[in-house]
Design a protein around this ligand. Structure first.
Ligand code: FAD
Ligand code: NAP
Length: 351
């Protein structure tokens, strides 16, 4: 079952040269159980690997790496407007979104083109353009390593937060997500809270330069229009991992109290921040890093992407050590300029 010294260079989106001591891809629950028995017997540490797009893998991964390759998309229930769709953890997220579009099931269009697999999507409650996975989440099935059984977890039990869930925080390592169920609608309601997305849908997709396309006599964007807009904007701003290694946003957006937000806003009138439902302010980490002068910066084999300062990139032969040095320099400079401590979003493994 185990492949020894398995090369993971094309299995991590930073494209770092990485080897796993033992690797296997799993498609059946009974094989997963025997793999876990081997792991217990050998006392191996375990990494569950999806598409490797939110991980920074170090050069050698001791113990075991398991890739969950459970596939399939099926409609479990379908009444007038709502459908419950179950999808295997091994399916590619973006392909799944494309499939839903073809099926006429809506709610996740704003999350198109996010790299990675379905099984990892609940881990950080993936989000983009004002929509997050939790908005359409129904439940999931996971293998519980503590009770050694398959369990169903509801939305509440996953305790989703802003780019967070029990799988990333309180219960990291306990559950192996096997499939995920979504509640989707056959009626499309566009979610255009993000100005960049709304502008693009109105101007580029619906072709209304006056920006009045959503007015009374206007055309209404279709699900396909929004999907296309999200794909176009993302393609113009973000590096494609197979061409330029990266893990998307390298830092989380910091959330600060109202007082701190207004103190910073007095000093930096162009500060980008958005009030959340708890009355706190989410600052755009990319803006802070850009203002601190890092956009396009090169450090040995790694650097800061020149179109989006929140994305750190592998320039070809970069290493995890170089990336760590660069992220520490950015952390220090943002801290000293704005008094804000940034937190790294992807997970370093081994920690
Ligand atoms: P991996 O990186 O393989 O794993 C991530 C974590 O999940 C690890 O801790 C892993 O152990 C765990 N995990 C993986 N599979 C399972 C499973 N079956 N069961 C339990 N744990 C599991 N994220 C966003 O939220 N929004 C974005 O808009 C976004 N844009 C991105 C753009 C780019 C260019 C890139 C490179 C990344 C972006 N990301 C974004 C981050 C990333 O794509 C998501 O976090 C994605 O869900 C990670 O999926 P993955 O399969 O690659 O997970
Ligand atoms: P952007 O549109 O330039 O916006 C900058 C920041 O402002 C984003 O971080 C976003 O927060 C916030 N924002 C913008 N409009 C908002 C609104 N109406 N309400 C609340 N917050 C608002 O961001 P971008 O860098 O081009 O990314 C576009 C989207 O893709 C974002 O949602 C981003 O999270 C997502 N993305 C995520 C990753 C990742 O790896 N996590 C990578 C690439 C893109 P949010 O980040 O909370 O949305």
């Amino acid at each position: 079952m185990w492949e020894k010294e398995f090369n993971l260079t094309d299995r991590n989106s930073f494209g770092f040269n990485v080897k796993a001591e033992n690797y296997t891809a799993i498609t059946q629950i009974d094989t997963l159980e025997s793999a876990l028995a081997d792991i217990a017997e050998n006392n191996w540490p375990l990494l569950i690997l999806g598409g490797g797009s939110n991980l920074i893998l170090r050069q050698y991964i001791p113990g075991a790496v398991i890739s969950i390759a459970n596939m399939g998309i099926k409609v479990l229930a379908d009444d007038e407007d709502l459908a419950i769709v179950e999808v295997g953890a091994g399916e590619n997220w973006h392909n799944f979104i494309g499939h839903l579009l073809e099926m006429g099931l809506h709610g996740l269009e704003n999350l198109a083109l996010i790299p990675g697999n379905v099984g990892a999507a609940p881990v950080q409650n993936i989000g983009a353009y004002g929509v997050e996975l939790a908005d359409c989440f129904h439940s999931l099935t996971a293998y519980d390593r503590q009770t050694r059984s398959l369990v169903q977890l509801s939305r509440d039990e996953c305790d989703f937060g802003y780019r967070d869930s029990i799988f990333k925080s309180a219960e990291q390592g306990r559950y192996i997500i096997w499939n995920v169920r979504f509640k989707l609608s056959s009626v499309f309601v566009p979610r255009l809270d993000y100005k960049a997305l709304a502008d693009y849908v109105l101007g580029e997709v619906l072709g209304d330069a006056s920006g009045d396309a959503l007015g009374q006599d206007s055309k209404t964007p279709t699900a396909h229009d929004v999907y296309k807009a999200v794909c176009d904007i993302r393609s113009s701003k973000l590096p494609v991992p197979t061409e330029i290694g990266n893990a998307g946003s390298f830092f989380e957006n910091p959330v600060v109290a109202e007082k701190q937000y207004f103190e910073l806003k007095d000093q930096y009138p162009n500060l980008v921040g958005h009030k959340d439902s708890a009355g706190l302010y989410k600052l755009a980490a990319g803006w802070l890093i850009d203002q601190a002068g890092w956009k396009g910066y090169v450090h040995a084999g790694v650097g800061v992407y020149d179109k989006q300062a929140l994305v750190l990139v592998n320039r070809g032969k970069g290493t995890v050590d170089e990336l760590t040095e660069l992220s520490e320099m950015i952390f220090d400079s943002v801290k000293s300029k704005f008094g804000i401590s940034l937190c790294v979003e992807p997970r370093f493994y081994p920690a």
